[in-house]
Design a protein around this ligand. Structure first.
Ligand code: 13P
Length: 251
């Protein structure tokens, strides 16, 4: 078993005003003061990044954004660049979330551009992949993941100074209360790690953290974290309440 530090990340999606965000993280900081040996991260909406970053300064909780654009600046109304995220205190950025693929036209190609731009700016991407229910039912899970991973990471240069986190989020498990069975999660995580090894070599593949996402709750986290290739979780709904997120962090 490799020495990978678990990462528990909360994706708030389109939830919480600025005052609500501040209140939530203040409580979370207090609840998690004793945490050791687990990395923690919160990804609030863009509007709350600066305020949340201010609360998280000098704490053990890292700040992430939920998306970014690949260009550095210019006439791209509504978009946010990697440097802007850095200036809010972000160390991480979620890229390729299934909701962006489903509702906002994200493709493996746009994901690839965003991953390159994030790494170039010194952000650690949390690169999301995952199959839909119909893809799983028609035995396409592995071919879909192959394509998402291989096209997503094409041309990336990764090393200890330019790390990447992968999040496997089966689309059918997101917000549905259906979690992947432990054997399903382990099977995919081990597969993703072996695929990653083919592209980037064994030593990097052993170091990379692969998070599971999709209806992670306080009552299923410990089973998931017991799986050899699950290195953490990307939590949606259960990260909105500091008490439940804290329970997940204390798996
Ligand atoms: P839920 O935990 O609400 O299922 O969301 C998972 C997710 O999409 C995290 O990015």
């Amino acid at each position: 078993m490799e020495n990978r530090i678990p990462l528990i990340a909360g994706n708030w999606k389109m939830n919480k005003t600025v005052p609500e965000s501040i209140e939530t993280v203040k409580t979370l900081v207090k609840l998690t003061a004793d945490v050791q040996g687990v990395d923690m991260l919160i990804a609030p909406p863009f509007t709350s990044l600066w305020a949340v970053g201010d609360v998280l300064k000098h704490t053990k909780i890292a700040l992430g954004a939920q998306d970014m654009f690949w260009e550095s600046h210019g006439a791209f109304t509504g978009q946010v660049s990697a440097d802007m995220l850095r200036s809010c205190g972000c160390s991480h950025v979620i890229i390729g979330h299934s909701e962006r693929r489903q509702f906002f036209g994200e493709t493996n190609q746009t994901v690839n551009k965003k991953l390159k731009a994030a790494l170039a700016a010194g952000l650690i991407p949390i690169f999301c992949i995952g199959e839909t229910e119909i893809e799983r039912e028609t035995q396409k899970t592995f071919s879909v993941l192959d394509k998402q991973l291989i096209q997503g990471v094409e041309g990336l240069i990764l090393d200890d100074h330019h790390p990447l986190v992968i999040a496997y989020e089966p689309v059918w498990a997101i917000g549905t209360g259906k979690t992947a069975l432990p054997e399903q999660a382990q099977e995919v995580h081990a597969y993703v790690r072996s695929l990653f090894a083919k592209v980037f070599g064994n030593s990097l593949a052993k170091k990379i953290r692969i998070l599971y996402g999709g209806s992670v709750k306080p009552d299923n986290i410990s089973e998931l974290m017991g799986l050899p290739d699950v290195d953490g979780a990307l939590v949606g709904g259960a990260s909105l309440e500091p008490e439940s997120f804290n329970k997940i962090i204390h798996f």
